[in-house]
Design a protein around this ligand. Structure first.
Ligand SMILES: [Zn+2]
Length: 524
């Protein structure tokens, strides 16, 4: 039996390795050079991957092999990882096609929709430009409203998509898609919401205090105490406003964020020069405007897509993506393909977040970025405050998303418009405008396109703080600790997905995931 199980795992991972590698190449090509051919190939392979993972006979064979309780831990974990990948894709082909078609139609509406303001079609960047700089309250109100119009365009279809996803989940015996997705991510629902409640308690008062002084400044700027959502500097109030932070742009006048990333990881004995060499790092026509890191073949072919221009933002982004890359590159190469990936979405997110935060670390700024000490000393206090404020603000926003998504799948036909504003008022302390009606929740692309994902950012934030504290305890100051690389490689990266995330976190940091170190970070 066990021999059959070994063969089953080997044959499946050989098939998936070939298919997923082809898909990753098609995906990469479609992102660095958008064209109808590239888009078509990417979509075809995406459906092919989903069909391969929907293979019923394979699913049953994996369940049988698990029932036989294989003694070898690597084999058992490989079968479990297979089961988790296969489960979410078990559905009849009709339902699969409906879900894929509906979600890609919604995504393409997001990509092409431009609200019209005073006769002009506006991009997201132009709306954010208005919300960052304009002092005209009326213009801000209309720009904010325009940014929400996409919600009305897609809301009914997002509800329908949630119903279809629920149908697939219920056929597998889950109460709804939300519960199924958490289960397949190996995240117990009760634990997650206890953790989120804890994060709520931890951040409520410091956030109230921080937002209080932001509101005082905004009240003065706009001449009213009646602040509305459009008085904040981005449509969802998730980013640190310029008046609450500190700009480092003047310190990064050149488009060389890749150099800073290389130098940072070099200090930890992690060589990213091959990654940088195969990456696509600078803006170009017909290229995706965002950033990501991709493991092409779960071997050493790891690439970053970025759009580096001068300034702080892309330095932070390159540090973030390089954190993902360092993780991917350092997973033990002798592990079987199925296990040669990060333990969890949020473990790799944690590494990336911890790396990205370095851009506001005074020691990193002087020692790695080479900014004169006296300049950094002048802003050191503001840097700490800005770092903590960004995490506070993001936590409050993330809580809205996490609680909302659970409600969405619990009752896709419910009064979601009201529920959304209840959560925004409770967690973000932003008041619903009088007479505001409409599906503002549906304007956030993640609700449709990255379902049941947002909690991973919040868990990643917590783990980033816990990782940094453990590294400082064991290796000394992180910036010049050459031991940090080997520590990360041996304790955190190399096991890949050979153990569940909770075992990995405890093994690496000496404690289960908790908010304790994050609390210290937020109040530093
Ligand atoms: Zn990331």
């Amino acid at each position: 039996m066990s021999e059959d199980a070994v063969k089953l795992v080997e044959a499946t991972q050989e098939h998936w390795r070939a298919l997923e590698t082809r898909f990753h190449h098609a995906y990469w090509d479609s992102q660095i050079e958008a064209s109808p051919d590239h888009d078509r190939l990417r979509a075809e392979l995406e459906l092919e991957v989903s069909r391969a993972k929907g293979d019923r006979d394979l699913y049953r064979a994996v369940l049988d092999a698990l029932d036989a309780r294989p003694g070898d831990p690597e084999l058992a974990r490989s079968l479990e990882v297979l089961r988790l990948s296969l489960s979410g894709n078990q559905m009849d082909d009709d339902l699969r096609t409906q879900i894929v078609e509906l979600s890609s139609a919604i995504e393409s509406d997001f990509a092409s929709f431009r609200p019209v303001l005073d006769g002009q079609r506006l991009s997201d960047n132009e709306i954010e430009e208005i919300l960052t700089h304009s002092d005209d309250g009326e213009l801000r109100r209309r720009a904010w409203g325009a940014s929400k119009e996409i919600g009305t365009v897609v809301a009914d279809r997002v509800r329908e998509l949630a119903r279809l996803r629920n149908e697939a989940a219920r056929a597998l015996g889950f109460p709804d898609y939300y519960r199924m997705s958490l289960d397949l991510q190996e995240i117990p629902e009760a634990w997650l919401f206890e953790t989120m409640d804890g994060l709520d308690r931890l951040t409520a008062e410091p956030f109230r205090a921080w937002k209080g002084s932001l509101d005082d400044a905004l009240a003065e700027r706009f001449g009213t105490r009646e602040l509305s959502p459009w008085h904040y500097s981005d449509p969802f109030f998730q980013l640190l406003p310029p008046q609450g932070g500190v700009s480092l742009d003047e310190f990064f006048p050149a488009a060389d964020a890749d150099r800073h990333a290389l130098a940072t990881f070099e200090r930890w004995n992690v060589d990213l020069s091959d990654v940088i060499a195969t990456s696509d790092l600078f803006p170009r026509e017909h290229k995706c405007q965002h950033a990501f890191c991709i493991q092409m073949d779960r071997s050493k072919d790891v690439r970053i897509l970025a759009n580096i221009v001068p300034g702080e933002r892309w330095v932070e982004t390159m540090l973030h993506e390089s954190g993902h890359a360092a993780y991917d590159m350092s997973i033990e190469g002798s592990l079987p393909y199925l296990l040669r990936r990060p333990a969890h979405t949020f473990t790799t997110e944690a590494m990336a977040i911890m790396s990205g935060r370095l851009v506001r670390d005074p020691r990193w700024l002087t020692e790695v970025a080479g900014i004169p000490e006296e300049h950094v000393a002048e802003i050191a206090g503001d840097l700490h405050a800005a770092s903590a404020a960004q995490s506070l603000l993001f936590a409050r926003w993330g809580l809205v998303m996490v609680y909302f998504e659970r409600d969405l799948y619990n009752d896709p036909g419910g009064d979601l418009d009201a529920r959304w504003w209840d959560l925004v008022e409770r967690f973000q302390l932003v008041r619903k405008p009088r007479d505001r009606r409409g599906p503002d929740w549906a304007a956030k692309i993640h609700i449709a396109a990255a379902p049941v994902y947002y909690h991973n950012y919040l868990l990643g934030e917590m783990l980033a703080s816990q990782l940094r504290a453990a590294l400082e305890r064991d290796c000394g100051n992180l910036i010049d600790a050459s031991a940090a690389g080997p520590w990360l490689r041996e304790r955190f990266f190399s096991p890949g997905a050979s153990m569940p995330w909770d075992t990995l976190v405890e093994r690496a940091t000496g404690a289960p995931l908790s908010a304790a170190d994050h609390a210290a970070y937020l109040s530093s």
